[in-house]
Write a protein that binds this ligand. Structure first.
Ligand code: NAD
Length: 348
C-alpha cells in the first residue's frame, strides 16, 4: 500500500501535489534536513507509472542528501518530480502551481532545474516562491544554469579517475564515450574536446548528435551500443540505472565517470564494477558541480570564480575516495556512502 512503501523508511517528508486547473501532478520528497533545507532539482518525466515516479523521487532525494553532504554544503537532500512529457505538457500555469506548492513547504524544500526543466521554467516558479535556485544571473554573480558547472565537475572527476587508474595527468588522445548529449553532456564534450580527448557519442535525439559530432569532431554511435565502446572512459550523462548485471560484463571502458544520477541500478553493482577492475566515480560525488553553484546562488557570498574553485575540489575529493577504495578493498560507491551517511548522522 502507499503508506507501507519500503522506500519511505528513511525520508522525512513526501508531499503529493495536484493542481486540477494546470494538470500538475507532482511529488516533492525531502530525505534529510540534518545539514540544512532539503535541496535538489525538479525533474519532469513521462513516467511509466505513478509508482515509478515515487520510486524515482525517493531515490533521487536520498542521492541529494549524500551529494550535498559530500560537497560540504549547508543543505539537506530533496527532490521533486512532475509527471508529464516535458516536450508537450509544459505550461506557465503548471510551473506557477509548482511554485505555489514549493512555497507552501515554507523552505523545507529548495528547488532548481533537473532533467526536462530549464531556467525559463524556474523563472516562472520564482514568481511564487523564494525557495528556488538556478535562475539567470547578471555579470559575475554565482549561479544560473547549473549544467555547465556539473559538466566542469565531471571533467575534474574524469581527470582524477584517469590519474588514479591510468596513471596519466593529461587527457590528450583519451578515448571517451558520452551517453546523452543534453545540457550536461554537450558541455562535457566541449571540455573534453578542448583537452584533446577523442569522443564517441550517442543520444536518442539525432539533432543533438549531429551538432556535437560537427562541433567536437565526435563519432556517432548507436544508442544501444554506446555503453560497450572500446574506450578508456564511459561517461553516462543521460538517465540512471545503466550499470547492472547485464551491462557491466559487456563494458570495455576502464573508468565509468559521468553526470547521470543513480547510475548503479543496485548498490551491489558497484561491487560488480570493482571486481572487473573498472574504476567507478560515485555519481553523487562527481556530479555535484551544479548544486555547488545553486547553493552559492541561494545562500550568497561567493563569486563565480570561487564557485569554480569549489567545483574543482571534486577532483581531489574523488582521488581520496579512490585511494581509500584501493587501500580498504571496497568499491568506491561503498566508501562514499559510508562517508556521506556518517556526515548525516545515519551511520548504519
Ligand atoms: P538533459 O535532459 O538536458 O539531457 C539528457 C539527454 O539524454 C537528452 O539529450 C536525452 O535525449 C538523452 N537521452 C535520454 N535517454 C537516452 C538514451 N537511452 N541514450 C542516449 N541518450 C539518451 O539532462 P541533463 O541536465 O543534461 O542531465 C543529464 C543527467 O545528469 C541526468 O541524469 C541528471 O539527473 C544528471 N544531473 C544533471 C545535473 C545538471 O546540472 N543538469 C546535475 C546533476 C546531475
Amino acid at each position: 500500500s502507499l503508506f507501507s512503501h519500503s522506500a519511505y523508511d528513511e525520508h522525512e517528508l513526501v508531499h503529493f501535489v495536484r493542481d486540477v486547473d494546470s494538470g500538475l501532478r507532482g511529488i516533492i520528497a525531502v530525505h534529510s534536513s540534518a545539514l540544512g533545507p532539503g535541496a535538489g532539482g525538479c525533474r519532469m518525466w513521462n513516467y511509466a507509472s505513478e509508482d515509478a515516479a515515487l520510486q524515482d523521487v525517493l531515490r533521487l532525494s536520498r542521492g541529494m542528501s549524500y551529494k550535498n553532504a559530500m560537497a560540504n554544503l549547508p543543505l539537506g537532500g530533496g527532490k521533486a518530480v512532475i509527471l508529464g512529457d516535458a516536450r508537450q505538457d509544459k505550461s506557465e500555469a503548471l510551473f506557477e502551481a509548482f511554485g505555489r506548492a514549493v512555497n507552501g513547504l515554507a523552505g523545507q524544500y529548495v528547488t532548481a532545474e533537473d532533467v526536462g526543466v530549464c531556467e525559463a521554467d524556474m523563472q516562472i516558479v520564482a514568481r511564487h516562491t523564494r525557495y528556488v535556485s538556478g535562475l539567470p544571473q547578471n555579470g559575475d554573480a554565482a549561479g544560473g544554469d547549473p549544467s555547465p558547472k556539473t559538466a566542469l565537475g565531471v571533467f575534474c572527476g574524469i581527470q582524477a579517475a584517469v590519474s588514479a587508474s591510468l596513471r596519466r595527468q593529461d587527457l590528450d588522445g583519451l578515448r571517451v564515450a558520452v551517453q546523452g548529449l543534453g545540457n550536461v553532456g554537450r558541455h562535457l564534450c566541449a571540455l573534453l574536446h578542448e583537452a584533446g580527448a577523442r569522443l564517441w557519442v550517442a543520444d536518442i535525439d539525432d539533432e543533438a548528435v549531429a551538432q556535437v559530432c560537427q562541433r567536437f569532431d565526435a563519432t556517432p554511435v548507436a544508442v544501444d551500443e554506446i555503453l560497450y565502446q572500446d574506450v578508456d572512459v564511459l561517461a553516462p550523462c543521460a538517465l540512471g540505472g545503466v550499470l547492472h548485471s547485464d551491462s557491466i560484463p559487456r563494458l570495455q571502458a576502464r573508468i565509468v565517470a559521468g553526470a547521470a544520477n543513480n547510475q548503479l541500478l543496485r548498490d551491489a553493482d558497484g561491487q560488480r564494477l570493482f571486481e572487473r577492475g573498472i574504476l567507478y566515480a560515485p555519481d553523487y560525488v562527481i556530479n555535484a558541480g551544479g548544486i555547488i553553484s545553486c547553493s552559492a546562488e541561494y545562500i550568497g557570498g561567493l563569486s563565480a570564480a570561487e564557485v569554480d574553485a569549489r567545483v574543482a575540489d571534486i577532483g581531489p575529493r574523488l582521488a581520496e575516495i579512490f585511494q581509500r577504495s584501493q587501500r580498504e578493498k571496497h568499491p568506491p560507491n561503498e566508501i562514499a556512502d559510508a562517508l556521506a551517511r556518517d556526515k548525516l548522522g545515519r551511520s548504519s
